[in-house]
Design a binder for this molecule. Sequence first.
Ligand code: SAM
Length: 257
Amino acid sequence: MTIYSQKGQNNPPIIQFCETDMSKKHQPVLPVDKRTFNELRDELRKRLLPYLRRAFNQIRPISRPQILDIGCGSGVPTLELAHLSNGEVTALDTDGEALQRLKTKIRQANLENQVHIIEKSMTQMDFPNESFDILWAEGSTFVIGFKNALKSWKRFLKPNGYFVVHDEAENLEKKLHDVTACGYRLVDWFSIGDDIWWLNYYEPLKREIQQIRRSNPTDPELKTALKRAEKEIQGYQKFPWRYRSVYFIMQKPDPSS
Ligand SMILES: C[S@@+](CC[C@H](N)C(=O)[O-])C[C@H]1O[C@@H](n2cnc3c(N)ncnc32)[C@H](O)[C@@H]1O
């Protein structure tokens, strides 16, 4: 299991949650359609949540924080943040279909008062300055670039607010430099090895796809979704190191202190 981090041995232990036999836990109900396939992907995505929790635990406790989840997708991190923080989470994405799925999950979890959806591009965010205690961006800063995101979204943070980014590990040294160059205090960073992504996400996904394929699915939407997922897995197998990822936990200093 590969976990590198700034604070090395002093970090709290990560939950070892690799389970190689997913067949019993996430057996898809066949015949599968695109909706149930997406649900399966969300279930697998949840297996990376211990790392979100580790990042969240680096933030000093804030009573009912205002959180902005940028590029929230179908909201696996969003809902976890709502549970962990007991605050209000604004979930923003351009993908209307993913947001519809998140909407259903919010209703099912009775979180309507805590989680609000905004269908909008991260390039068009117009929140007032200092609106949020925490900005959270997982797998989404690539859209405008890491440094650009740090620079242009800083104004949305309250003084002493936190910005957590989960991004590719590529150019790590430069990104660590960007954090301080953009005026943040680096609270911590840690990386998630490609082996963790494989064991917890891509490998079980591959097995589930093989099982779905055996049922000869005809739903064209599902077939497209399967092809896309297979391409992603092939990408992983070709360049596994590209799938290492890093959590950056940053704080915006308070100029008055
Ligand atoms: C890799 S997914 C990450 C989803 C979620 N944060 C997670 O970790 O499970 C990247 C997300 O960024 C969203 N995205 C891409 N371009 C965007 C934009 N211009 N504005 C807002 N969201 C965008 C995509 O729709 C997608 O949901």
